[in-house]
Design a protein around this ligand. Sequence first.
Ligand code: NAP
Length: 256
Amino acid sequence: MSGQVALVTGSSRGIGLGAARALGRLGFAVVLNGPAEDNELAGAVGTLQAAGVRAIAAAFDVSDLGAHAPALGRIEDALGPLTTLVNNAGVGVLSRGDPLDVAEASWDRCLSVNTKAMFFLTQAFARRLLSRQRAPDLFHSIVNVTSSNAQAVALPRSEYCVSKAGAAMVSKAWAVRLGPENIAVYDVQPGLIATEMTAPVIEAYAQRAREGLTLLPRVGTPEEVGEIIASLASGKLPYTTGQAISADAGMLVPRF
Ligand code: NAP
């Protein structure tokens, strides 16, 4: 897809890297991001470049709001106008436990990275898009990665659930604001995906999936969620915006 340029936050590994790879396969130029210029980020860029993808790194901490506009400027100087923002960077709780014991630092970190950064990076991205003529043949979109926990409580991670519920509303608010501008906004809600974030609990999740927690009896992969993100970002669900897409093997289908 010539002319499509995507920034994927938190793409040094996990779901973000899965999305970057899937976008690259579709012909997007891809900007990979992590909070620091480390080996993991450089390695991720290298794998995309080796596959023939036009890929660069843009390291910045998404929770540093002052970094947003300068980073977008540098990206567009290097690759041309952005068409796509994937707000994927996210953090879990500092410590799992009873809501009675949640520390303010963990609450603040979840809200800052998972919710506030998503709102303001979208604002900076939208301001750039709205300030110029956009090629009408290119598909412009924002894909936010929230969570099944935007809807379902996981009690040992209550502050994370709050941050993701807020992020789901961030997605809806921007969908309403940007619809008239022909910019689609989606909310992808992963369920149980095997990544570094879930590594300590993935075996327990896999067992619960086999026992029926999910309708398809297994955990998912970053590649699968990446395919969903890339499909949305390339306009494969035409005439849609504002939707939450459950990437959860049917986990939240009501049943009794
Ligand atoms: P992951 O493997 O821990 O990857 C997270 C990525 O985000 C890493 O590249 C990380 O880089 C980056 N990141 C974290 N804080 C950042 C910041 N402040 N600025 C820029 N980059 C930052 O996690 P994942 O499982 O792929 O999760 C990706 C997204 O999916 C998150 O929003 C998560 O909440 C959501 N999600 C995941 C699951 C699941 O089952 N895995 C389920 C539902 C939702 P550093 O490590 O260098 O900080």
